[in-house]
Design a protein around this ligand. Structure first.
Ligand SMILES: [Zn+2]
Length: 150
């Protein structure tokens, strides 16, 4: 699969990632799936609703964990339906860490969705990589095509 996104929409993601740094940012992508391409029509930045639970083995915080609140996903689903779009993916950032999925990212992921990860180093976006689960449940890199059009 290829994820197609305009430079303008990509900037919304980058701005969100840099403004939330050093915490992880997250958000939802609405768009259209056609053949082997997924086109992003709308970027919805959300708050990082991650909260530490007593069962966590290590002391994590929002610098290395994110959760999208279910109510934000519900609102996005409703908006997608109204616009005749689908939720096509969920993005988040990795502050001072490469754009490679963590074990935690893997455990939270669902098939078919795209998971773009934005690496933010010293407060600046350094790279973006998009990931999608294959039929064996392994994250595979997905091509990102950046367009100048909407
Ligand atoms: Zn992650």
């Amino acid at each position: 699969m290829t994820i197609v996104i305009s430079a303008e929409r990509l900037n919304i993601i980058y701005n969100h990632a840099e403004s939330i740094y050093p915490e992880e940012c997250c958000g939802i992508l609405l768009g259209i799936i056609a053949g082997i391409s997924k086109t992003v029509s709308e970027v919805i930045p959300t708050i990082n609703d991650w909260q530490r639970t007593v069962s966590d083995e290590v002391d994590r915080n929002k610098n290395s964990r994110y959760t999208i609140n279910p109510s934000d996903i519900f609102t996005a689903q409703k908006r997608a339906r109204d616009l005749q779009l689908d939720i096509i993916g969920f993005f988040h950032s990795h502050p001072d860490y490469p754009a490679i999925p963590s074990t935690c990212d893997r455990s939270q992921a669902w098939e078919t969705y795209s998971y773009p990860i934005i690496s933010v180093i010293n407060g600046k976006v350094s790279e973006i990589k998009s990931w999608v689960l294959d039929s064996d449940g392994i994250f595979q890199l997905e091509q990102i095509q950046i367009t100048i059009y909407q």
